[in-house]
Unconditional design. Structure first.
Length: 293
């Protein structure tokens, strides 16, 4: 991330290059990382853990949506941006590298459950909140993305037992290996393009970041940690906690541009959240260890 920040400052990574890297990660690298993680032998244990991950992800969002509505009142000028900012996390760009480094490719399989629910929430509730859109067919069309296609195809191959030949999978894995460095370059260069000093002077930004990085993740952690009593492995719970503890999602800034909301404010929240997530993610995981995870 530091390298990306420096490259952004010296204009080695310009805003145009950053957009190109973002598109590369979104349209190719992330989907291949997801798909190749499913290229493993089927086992009942993995299938059951994947189901656990889906259930926990649904529970996490079912808790966070009403909490965000309760905490962020409609009377606030930027309530749309603020509600989404504390709800949607950067579970792909930041989550995938973190989970992969801690739990390997099998961990990514379980993370895709959270990412899938994330996409469903983003392109239904999130889109409706930011745009006022109520056309169900349009929202369903918007949900079709390379990431979701990769999950569907990958899961299909996993459950049916389709293993692609090494001559096909190996190049895919080489591209997938770019995920962590590309994600960190994108995050760092995005930070370099934001007026950090100005972002750090807005009190509401710190409040939103505290809610996103600490309050909501800890509230969900206290609930989902009880899943161990029902036989859910601690690594599955930790992966869901990592995903929801990631900084606010970049798509909120994109939505703000698209629907003419306060994109500067959205960008400031993203910047401050990303900066402080370096400290808060380990802290939330540490709290998890105190709960026996």
């Amino acid at each position: 991330m530091a390298v990306g920040f420096i490259c952004g400052k010296v204009k080695l990574i310009t805003p145009e290059v950053n957009r190109g890297l973002s598109n590369l990660a979104l349209m190719l690298v992330n989907p291949l990382t997801t798909f190749t993680s499913y290229q493993t032998a089927y086992s009942n244990e993995i299938a059951l853990n994947l189901l656990f991950a889906f259930v926990l992800a649904i529970i996490a969002f079912a808790l966070q949506i009403p909490l965000s509505m309760l905490i962020i009142k409609k009377s606030r000028k930027e309530y749309r941006i603020e509600r989404l900012s504390i709800l949607l996390s950067n579970c792909s760009y930041i989550g995938i590298p973190l989970v992969q480094s801690m739990y390997g490719n099998e961990g990514i399989i379980y993370l895709t459950a959270f990412v899938t629910v994330f996409h469903l929430v983003t392109w239904t509730y999130g889109l409706s909140l930011m745009s006022g859109e109520t056309d169900v067919k349009k929202m369903l069309r918007n949900m079709i993305s390379p990431a979701l296609i990769a999950v569907v195809l990958g899961a299909f191959c996993f459950f049916i037992g389709i293993r692609l030949p090494e001559i096909v999978v190996t190049p895919m894995k080489r591209i997938a290996d770019m995920n962590t460095p590309v994600a960190m370059l994108i995050a760092g260069s995005t930070l370099s393009q934001t007026n950090i000093r100005k972002a750090l002077t807005r009190v509401s930004t710190f409040v939103i970041c505290a809610l996103k990085l600490l309050v909501l993740p800890i509230c969900v952690l206290l609930v989902v940690s009880n899943a161990q009593k029902f036989g859910v492995p601690s690594n599955i719970i930790n992966i869901v906690v990592i995903a929801l503890s990631c900084p606010t999602a970049t798509i909120i800034t994109m939505f703000s541009h698209r629907f003419k909301k306060n994109s500067v404010y959205a960008s400031e929240i993203f910047t401050v959240c990303t900066l402080f997530s370096v400290i808060t993610i380990p802290f939330v995981l540490y709290l998890g260890t105190l709960l026996g995870l």
